[in-house]
Design a protein around this ligand. Structure first.
Ligand code: GDP
Length: 506
């Protein structure tokens, strides 16, 4: 019978990467680790592994633990680890890895989806069940991220649900999330913010896992959600596609283990690594002022290690780490990659998404800041000079290659959206691809502007106009929002974008 790739990998005690390599070697086609393979292939793989083990004089046992379906805590090739250590702690790589290899790090996960579909509930459930209760007295406060301990190692969750947090961070040029969970309520299916969340994850090229939530409800219809996803070109695995869909209930906890397992699986495939000994870099998750403590900021360590006493530079200000706490409220002295830490010692409240660097000492920190201030002034001057000439030209790629015109489409009704998309689809050619990143009903939002600014998209509106605040943000970011009342005028605008005939017409 057929078997899923990751199931087989688990059974044979090899990692998924290795399994995919073997399949590649055999010329077997697959879509993802959850694709199924034929029994003959399974036999071939087993033979290959047995041969490898036989050739391996270092004495790994040739007999793979075929019958063992329990989590692969111990494999023939991995050295025994202390019992308390989960199998894949980023800090403790099996010694079999080449010595110089950069160690794995834990995945950072964000949860997005439509309002009321259960993002907060899902985070709460995971926090409740997977965060080790800290030593007495440790009060769990919201610091913007938390670490879940699973049988497959640590998973870090960004604790602010919704795509606003995700986009704000991305809009500043940082990328924090490695994996996006798109939560869709089984009784409601795809909603406008679901589509937005998907568009954001796609724009960031972050792998997605769909969690169909509320499956405990009698009116839950997970099949409808899957069918609806297919219409967005997100084809669930069971329909032959490569989108991982996991039914869950944040209320009963059903499926949550599976979801965590899929996260670990995806992380393994992404092969996330960071060097704890490298140069420190991190990103601000959130900053706030505490009446007693002063400025507190949560930093996600991305590379290197932070120590109490280090000097940090954020934007044009710096600080010295006076104290650090982990996301559980426990005092710590140092923090390595994929660790969210709350830091006391900044003088100004940093904004989420700002990049954090370290400096050797106060003098070095001041120097970095002076350089940045110079650079900023230069850039501002250059921008002022450019602003007068700024046109849609900037949004088009270099000539000669296939250009992609990124669009965000907003219209008054679903009918208009579909009509416009139908016409746009026919405008594509070998030279120009039209990429409607997001289409939706109603006026463009601040989120659209942020998406447009990270993806260099133009926002086109049909029979809707942006609110004043949204327009203002668009102006400051140099994003064009164009509103039309006649479909063919909108299409003309797209023609201009395509042709690169760039006198903007207002
Ligand atoms: P958010 O806006 O996406 O963060 O959604 P919430 O987590 O606030 O959930 C919205 C509502 O749905 C709340 O009343 C929750 O109690 C409820 N809810 C969330 N998850 C589930 C679930 O799995 N099953 C049921 N029956 N209700 C849920």
């Amino acid at each position: 019978s057929k078997v899923r790739i990751y199931t087989l990998a688990k059974e044979l005690g090899v990692d998924n990467h290795k399994m995919l390599e073997l399949l590649d070697g055999l010329g077997v086609a697959y879509k993802s680790v959850s694709s199924t393979i034929e029994e003959e292939t399974v036999e071939l793989i087993k033979q290959l592994l047995a041969e490898e083990a036989g050739a391996d004089t270092t004495g790994a046992t040739a007999e793979p633990a075929v019958a063992d379906t329990t989590p692969a805590t111990e494999t023939a090739a991995a050295p025994a680890e202390p019992a308390a250590t989960p199998a894949r702690q980023p800090e403790t790589e099996p010694a079999a890895e080449p010595v110089n290899e950069v160690p794995h790090r834990a995945p950072v996960v964000t949860i997005m989806g439509h309002v009321d579909h259960g993002k907060t509930s899902l985070l709460d459930y995971i926090r409740k069940t997977k965060v080790a209760a800290k030593e007495a007295g440790g009060i769990t406060q919201h610091v913007g991220a938390f670490e879940a301990k699973t049988s497959k190692g640590k998973i870090v969750f960004i604790d602010t649900p919704g795509h606003e947090a995700f986009t704000t961070i991305r809009a500043r040029g940082a990328n924090v999330a490695d994996i996006a969970i798109i939560v869709i309520a089984a009784d409601d299916s795809l909603m406008p913010q679901t589509r937005e969340a998907i568009a954001h994850a796609q724009a960031a090229k972050v792998p997605m896992i769909v969690a169909i939530n509320k499956v405990d409800l009698p009116q839950a219809d997970p099949e409808k959600v899957k069918t609806d996803l297919t219409q967005l070109n997100l084809v669930p695995e069971e329909y032959g596609g490569d989108v991982v869909v996991v039914p869950v209930s944040a209320k009963t906890g059903e499926g949550v283990e599976d979801l965590l397992e899929y996260i670990s699986l995806t992380a393994e495939l992404e092969d996330l690594r960071a060097d704890p000994k490298g140069q420190f870099s991190g990103v601000i998750i959130e900053g706030r002022v505490d009446k007693q403590a002063g400025v507190l900021a949560t930093v996600m360590v991305q590379e290197g290690t932070l120590h109490v006493g280090d000097f940090l530079v954020v934007g044009e200000s710096y600080g010295k780490i006076k104290a650090m706490t982990d996301s559980n409220g426990g005092r710590i002295k140092e923090a390595g990659p994929s660790t969210p830490v709350q830091i006391l010692g900044f003088s100004e409240v940093p904004s989420s998404g700002e990049k954090v660097q370290s400096a050797k000492n106060e003098h070095a920190a001041r120097e970095v800041i002076a350089q940045r201030a110079d650079q900023r002034r230069d850039e501002e001057d250059a921008r002022d000079r450019r602003r007068a000439q700024r046109s849609l030209e900037d949004l088009l790629g270099p000539l000669g290659e296939v250009r992609t015109v990124n669009l965000i489409l907003r219209a008054d009704t679903q009918g208009s959206v579909e009509a416009i998309q139908g016409i746009l689809a026919r405008k594509e050619s070998d030279d120009v691809k039209i990429n409607v990143m997001l289409s939706g009903i109603g006026a463009p939002t601040e989120g659209d502007v942020l998406l447009a600014s990270t993806a260099e998209a133009t926002i086109l509106c049909f029979s809707v106009t942006p609110a004043g605040g949204v327009k203002k943000i668009a102006d400051t970011k140099g994003i064009e929002i164009k509103s039309f009342r006649i479909i063919y005028e909108l299409i003309d605008e797209v023609d201009r974008l395509i042709k690169g005939n760039l006198e903007p017409v207002f």
